[in-house]
Design a protein around this ligand. Structure first.
Ligand SMILES: Cc1cc2nc3c(=O)[nH]c(=O)nc-3n(C[C@H](O)[C@H](O)[C@H](O)COP(=O)(O)OP(=O)(O)OC[C@H]3O[C@@H](n4cnc5c(N)ncnc54)[C@H](O)[C@@H]3O)c2cc1C
Length: 404
């Protein structure tokens, strides 16, 4: 088995390493940064530099502010590897650049693409995703927030929940019921909503991490032009699903799991309990080996998907569409991330319970934060149970879940 990427890709890698070496002083630390939390001049500058050199927004056409390269799955993987290796930010990601932009490129009008893609990829416009409601999470087609026509506008009333970054966002892409007579899936539209429109109220929800990353959003007679619908009225379900596919891809990065596992090994070598290093404890080491085994399996799953993409073959079991294989990565990756943090906390023993700036807290509480935050990722973008249902039904062809 040849796991090399070939001379052309290696030349790209070499140039990227030189770039990162040359600019490392300017580079913000860390993985992909979310636009909302990081709209500082330094981040926006770094993003501009990355786009200019084709290391961010690489495949976005030039007329929409991107670099305009042809999609190349190998280069995508290589970028992830090299930025993770250098430990610097791979640019701005999240719901705008990673989810809305590809959706607009596929379904948006020319005017919508020209207006929204350039500032979104530069990190100047921050987006939030307004899908979930109190009774529409896993059963997303049950969305009840509705819009009625008034001249050329829609007037929106209702409530969204779990809206990540709504408190920092300039815009929302929301799923709204616009066709009252139509069926559950047929009556929805995908609407772009400016967050400063009168009638929108954002109320933060604190999570167990202690931070308030997501919110409730209330709409009272919120007036939005009908021209803000992406695609056709009533076809929002199809468009929302395009966005969800991109969300699942965004939530599963093997490179980040590898660096998490490497940090876990370092922690287990450093922490001692009753005079013995955590890594020498057979029960903890057994858990570490299992996690490492699962990570290796995930890595080969990703490489298999990559090979199939390059050969333009379907990577799913028995030739099923790519979507099912990507769902496996989302499911396995999010659970693995949570379990890596769980082992780190157990390896710290009693110190593992400290959080929130307590004395003796390790690494600024990062592992505890990681543990609580990654539990959310097992739920967000489709819960683990729902992912398993889809993988079994569409991927493995098992009998469909009984519906009431
Ligand atoms: C960190 C985080 C960020 C989020 N960000 C956003 C955001 O930005 N925008 C947004 O719109 N939403 C967001 N969400 C919401 C997320 O998409 C929903 O929480 C998720 O879809 C689950 O819906 P629910 O919370 O209504 O749970 P429910 O659908 O009520 O499910 C409750 C439980 O029942 C299980 N269940 C339900 N139906 C089935 C079934 N048929 N078979 C088996 N088990 C089932 C579920 O798996 C779950 O365990 C976020 C959630 C989290 C945790």
């Amino acid at each position: 088995m040849d796991l090399g990427y070939g001379p052309e890709a290696e030349a790209f890698r070499h140039a990227l390493r030189e770039f990162l070496e040359l600019h490392k002083e300017r580079a913000p630390r860390g993985g992909q940064l979310l636009a909302g939390a990081t709209r500082s001049a330094a981040i926006l500058d770094w993003q501009r530099l990355l786009i200019e050199h084709g290391y961010a927004a690489r495949t976005i056409p030039k007329e929409y502010g991107g670099y305009g390269a042809a999609p190349d799955p190998l280069i995508r993987v290589l970028l992830d590897e090299e930025f993770a290796r250098a430990g610097v930010s791979a640019g701005i990601g999240g719901q705008g650049p990673d989810m809305l932009v590809p959706t607009l490129l596929e379904h948006g009008s020319e005017e919508q693409k020209r207006r929204w893609v350039p500032p979104t990829i530069r990190g100047e416009v921050v987006w939030c995703q307004g899908y979930s409601e109190p009774n529409a999470g896993s059963d997303l087609a049950n969305v009840q927030t509705r819009a009625v026509e008034d001249g050329t506008d829609f007037v929106i009333n209702g409530q969204k929940i779990w809206t990540t970054t709504a408190h920092q966002a300039d815009m929302m892409f929301g799923l709204i019921r616009t066709e009252p007579g139509a069926g559950k899936h047929g009556g929805l539209s995908y609407v772009l909503i400016p967050m400063d429109t009168p009638g929108i109220e954002v109320r933060p929800l604190a999570t167990m991490t202690g931070h308030a990353e997501f919110n409730e959003v209330f709409f009272s007679d919120v007036r939005v032009p009908q021209a803000n619908v992406v695609g056709k009225r009533g076809e929002g379900w199809k468009i929302a699903n395009t966005t969800l596919t991109h969300e699942r891809n965004m939530l599963a990065a093997t490179g980040q799991l590898e660096s998490s596992l490497a940090r876990l090994v370092e922690l287990m070598q450093a922490e001692t309990r009753d005079g013995r290093r955590a890594i020498d404890d057979p029960a903890l080491r057994d858990r570490l080996m299992r996690l490492q085994g699962r990570l290796v399996a995930m890595k080969y799953h990703s490489l298999r998907m990559l090979t199939c993409r390059i050969r333009r073959e379907p990577p799913g079991p028995a030739g099923t569409p790519e979507g099912s294989a990507a769902l496996v990565t989302k499911l396995a990756g999010c659970e693995l991330s949570h379990q890596i943090a769980a082992l780190a906390i157990d390896a710290m023993g009693e110190l593992g319970t400290l959080y929130g700036g307590a004395r003796h807290e390790r690494a600024g509480g990062l592992w505890q934060f990681h543990y609580m935050f990654s539990l959310g990722l097992v739920i967000g973008g489709g819960t683990a149970q729902i992912q398993k249902n889809i993988i079994s039904e569409r991927g493995l062809g098992l009998p469909r879940e009984a519906k009431a």
